[in-house]
Structures are given as C-alpha cells and as structure tokens.
Design a protein. Sequence first.
Length: 184
Amino acid sequence: MIMEYHFNLPISSDEIKKLQVGDIIYVTGLVFTARDEAHHMMLTKNKNDLPFDPSKMALYHCGPLMKKTKKSWEVVSAGPTTSSRMEIFEDKFIEKFGINLIIGKGGMGENTQKALQKYICIYTSYTGGAGALAADKVEKVKDVFWLEKLGMPEAVWLFKVKEYGPLVVAMDSHGKSIYKNLKK
C-alpha cells in the first residue's frame, strides 16, 4: 500500500527504513544542490572542512537558475537534473557524508542501490520539467558555496524548503527500485 509522509529534515534512519518504493513524501528543512563537479570536489575534501553538514540535509541533484537581488538570491527554476550522471560518485558520497535522502530524476545504478541499503538511504524522484513549481517551494536561499569556481548550475546551493514534493520513493533502503520494476 502506497503511503504519504510529511517530514522535517533531517529524517532519522528509522523513518527511512519505513519507506517503500512508491511512497510519496514531502520534506521541510534544508536541502543542498550538488551536480557532477560539486560531487567530485566535495569528495576530495575532508568532511569536517566543508562549510556545511550534508548529513543534516537532503541532497538534491539540481542545477538551479538563480537571480541576484540587492539583498539575496532568488530561485527562478530548480528542477531536478538527470541523476545517472552522479552514479560514478554517489555510493562514495553517501558513505562519506552520511546523507540519507537524495532527490533527482531518472534513477541511479547498482552501486548507488547497494549504498542505499548499506547506509540506510533513499532515492526520490521529482517530476522533470517542473522547475518553476519546485522554485515555489524554496522559502529562502540560505547560502551558496563555490559559485566563483563552479558557476551557477554546479555551485552548491543551500535551500530552505517547505513541503517540497511530491517526491516518489523510487529506490528504497530495502533494495527495491521502481526502475527495476519498469524494466521488467
């Protein structure tokens, strides 16, 4: 039976274990964006040297379109990017940074699936093409890191989100994957 949940981040491992493929979740709290370059750069750093704690946030595969105002940054569009590009990094990223919730689109591979099981993590899917709708769920841009070095889409953005979703649990911590089911 598909269930719907509303969580405040961070989510406990016990809550993650309850979630099954097909469940729908909405999250409130901090998420950080990270695409290819950010994954690579963060993995070369000591986790204690990072300017934020990824383990307390959801990881969002997103290259947002941002607008600078006099006071702060505003999110114009924040739709998910294709997650499979991060497959070469994700298992190591989950292990090193202790994240337990990933948001993206399109699914991930076997190495990530094994890491989801081993480290109690889930991969959730957000609808592609809904970047403006996603931006509406961002209450505040808390910070940005490595903007000068990586550029806008690859920089790490910290977003405070409210009721961000619907997110479909597409790969759970029990070894199930909606993508495996689709292939069958």
